[in-house]
Design a protein around this ligand. Structure first.
Ligand code: PLP
Length: 280
């Protein structure tokens, strides 16, 4: 595997960063995950806009956003990606000695790391749906920033894995926010519900596409938090993300929804989404 690290394309095995990199010491960094359709990075402008916001909010002074798209294409060629690619991109504040909590006094160069790999097929999950569990949302209250500080997410995700679930859906003060790495949707009486844009969720690019589809195809939607105790009053559920696309949820905490069958609105949004990406 060839990766891009600090202005160089190098074999993954040779990629090294300093232990004084603030990404390593403090998780002082931001990231993006992007996928391709027809070998083109999907909604790259949206991803770069979100990255720009994350950099601004964390005050990381990285100015070369314009070069990223070309690096991605170059990495896909160098890695001989045959089908679709998943791109991981991380920028940290950079490396400085000695370790200090506040920003280093001298100017430091941010660390840029980009890798690409072949996407794993998710056809089965898309068709049959997945099981999720509920977990307390113990993250900070700037979940709108795509920060690499992900320990609460790592722990909740591991709990899901241990319970044979695909995702942990997070609950803050009784309200459902989102998944550890996906946005959460519910449907009631043909209206689609999802948590509002706020500091409590990441504004997913797939979430945005789903809401655009709802607007275009006259599906009613409502951006409001769902109370965990009201879950059973909804008819169907799904999660969205770059890699999960629109994945039906058929089980929540051992409650089988619709006898374990994906919902009607979920599947029609999924097929509309597939049409968009087929032609991308
Ligand atoms: N919410 C969180 C916390 C995430 O980490 C992600 C993606 O990784 C998403 C939502 C979905 O975002 P997107 O659709 O841009 O992949």
């Amino acid at each position: 595997m060839i990766v891009f690290l600090n202005n160089k394309f190098i074999p993954a095995a040779e990629a090294c960063i300093s232990p004084f990199d603030r990404g390593f010491l403090f998780a002082d960094g931001v990231y993006e995950s992007i996928r391709t359709y027809n070998k083109k990075p999907f909604r790259i402008d949206d991803h770069l806009a979100r990255l720009k916001k994350s950099l601004k909010e964390t005050r990381i002074d990285f100015r070369e956003l314009d070069s990223i798209e070309n690096i991605i294409y170059e990495l896909m060629i160098k890695n001989e990606i045959e089908n679709e690619a998943l791109i991981y991109l991380q920028i940290t504040r950079g490396s400085a000695i000695p370790r200090t909590h506040s920003f280093p006094k001298e100017n430091i160069t941010p660390t840029l790391f980009i890798s690409v790999k072949e996407l794993i097929d998710n056809t089965e999950e898309q068709a049959s749906g997945v099981k999720v569990i509920l977990q307390e949302d113990i993250r900070w209250i700037r979940c709108d920033i795509k920060s690499t500080s992900l320990l609460p997410v790592v722990l909740a995700s591991q709990k899901a894995t241990e319970e044979n679930a695909s995702e942990a859906i997070l609950v803050r003060d009784g309200l459902i926010t989102e998944g550890t790495h996906s946005n959460f949707f519910a449907v009631k009486n043909e209206t689609v519900y999802t948590a509002p844009k706020s500091r409590f969720i990441l504004e997913g690019i797939t979430r945005k596409v789903v809401l655009e589809l709802c607007s275009k195809f006259k599906v009613d939607f409502c951006e409001e938090f769902i109370n965990k105790d009201d879950l059973k009053s909804f008819d169907e559920f799904f999660i969205t993300s770059t890699t999960k696309e629109i994945t039906p949820v058929v089980e929540i905490d051992y409650w089988k929804i619709n006898q374990g069958n994906p919902g009607k609105i979920t599947m029609s949004l999924q097929s509309l989404f597939k049409k968009i990406v087929e032609d991308y």
